[in-house]
Design a binder for this molecule. Structure first.
Ligand code: AOF
Ligand code: ZN
Length: 368
């Protein structure tokens, strides 16, 4: 049977759905690696499960094979990403699957990582294993949109987090923006932060809000702390703000002519200027080069607006609080000039949810 002709059964779907749920367990810890889940089964009977928990640790298939032991022989393996064929921090999963004598491997999607990219499937087929792929591919892509963005577009996935009043305002005219959203929303933000490889803000937000940009959970859920990134063309915030307190590291991007002070010990990098702002494309490319898959932007309307205008926003995470801030307060995105309804920007609502008194929307700008 060729993989193109393989029809997936209801059992196949249920097993892959479980593999995707297992993969999610690595959401806060696998970065910069993708999240991967694996289920090994004989028909409806699951004999092994695994997920990739941490970069450098065993891959999902290896964990599941260990759990299955001898029962892996002749079994079907469901995995959310193509098994690897390279020797990276661990040995190739394709070889481990072959050695265990599995009968069939079904993957949700191909791994675009240059050292894999189809080579895993080929190696399995060459060993006589039946290979299928494409089962629940859309869900698998969504799961790893950050990793895929870094590999395929050489820039991270960009999520802009905003909290607004019912009248669409994010801060008072004097810059005060604490507290718009409620307690449940603020707890929820921590979970999204923990998924991100970097939290990005601007010098204006550091001066006005003094955020810590750390993950603070009220339980002991493990996570890899995201890098804090400050866009500060003139290095005006050096030595100021909470953004360097706590355990996470901080990286400053500045204009080429800004001179870091002599005793400045934080990581910093110069990027060019474009339209009076740091070149945002260059910033994102530099973050991808540092293996950042997903960036969460927590900044004001200036940076959010600049990213949106540059077409660099992949996702908007919006908390809507049932309060009114009035017409003098600041909007969501600065610099959008729309004189004609034909110019209006469309976003697609991907998900809505209630959090206490707030409403959480997940939106994607529509690209033409
Ligand atoms: C798999 N199963 O569970 C994962 C895979 O540095 P390494 O050795 O951990 O390799 C990382 C690369 O391996 C990563 O970029 C991605 O292409 C693949 N991840 N592959 O077969 C897994 N996590
Ligand atoms: Zn692997």
């Amino acid at each position: 049977m060729t993989f193109d002709a393989m029809a997936f059964s209801a059992t196949d779907h249920a097993m892959m759905a479980q593999a995707l749920r297992l993969a999610e367990r690595g959401a806060y810890t696998t970065k910069p690696n993708p999240m991967v889940g694996c289920v090994i089964a004989h028909g409806d009977e699951v004999v092994g499960e695994g997920w990739h928990a941490i970069a450098g640790g065993p891959h999902a298939e290896v964990v599941a094979l260990q759990a299955a032991g001898d029962r892996a022989r002749g079994a079907t393996v469901y995995v959310t990403l193509e098994p690897c064929a390279h020797t990276g921090r661990t040995g190739p999963c394709a070889d481990a699957l072959i050695a265990a004598g599995v009968g069939r491997v079904i993957a949700a999607m191909r791994d675009p990582f240059p050292q894999v990219d189809g080579a895993g499937f080929e190696r399995l087929r060459a060993a006589g294993i039946v290979v299928g792929h494409g089962l629940m591919a859309a869900a698998a892509r969504r799961l790893n949109h950050g990793f895929l963005s870094r590999i395929e577009r050489r820039r991270p996935w960009v999520r802009v987090k905003l909290a607004m009043s019912l009248d669409g305002r994010t801060a008072l005219a004097n810059g005060d923006s604490k507290w718009i959203s409620g307690e449940a929303s603020r707890r929820d933000v921590m979970r999204w932060r923990a998924r991100a490889g970097a939290l990005l803000t601007g010098a204006g937000t550091v001066l006005a809000d003094d955020p810590q940009l750390t993950v603070r959970f009220d339980d002991d859920t493990p996570f890899v702390p995201p890098l804090r990134v400050v866009l500060d063309p003139g290095l005006a915030t050096v030595g100021r703000g909470h953004v360097r307190a706590g355990d996470a590291s901080t990286l400053y991007f500045h204009a080429p002519d800004a001179k870091p002070p002599r005793m400045f010990d934080a990581a910093h990098a110069a990027v060019g200027m474009r339209d009076g702002l740091l070149d945002l494309d260059a910033v994102l490319q530099a973050l991808a080069a540092r293996e950042i898959n997903e960036v969460q932007v927590e900044a004001g309307a200036t940076l959010a607006g600049a990213l949106l205008r540059a077409g660099l926003v992949d996702e908007v995470l919006l908390y809507v609080a049932p309060i009114l801030l009035g017409a003098e307060a600041r909007p969501l995105f600065d610099g959008l000039r729309i004189d004609d309804m034909a110019q209006r920007l469309h976003l697609r609502t991907v998900e809505t949810r209630h959090l206490g008194d707030d409403l959480r929307l997940l939106l994607r700008p529509e690209r033409e």
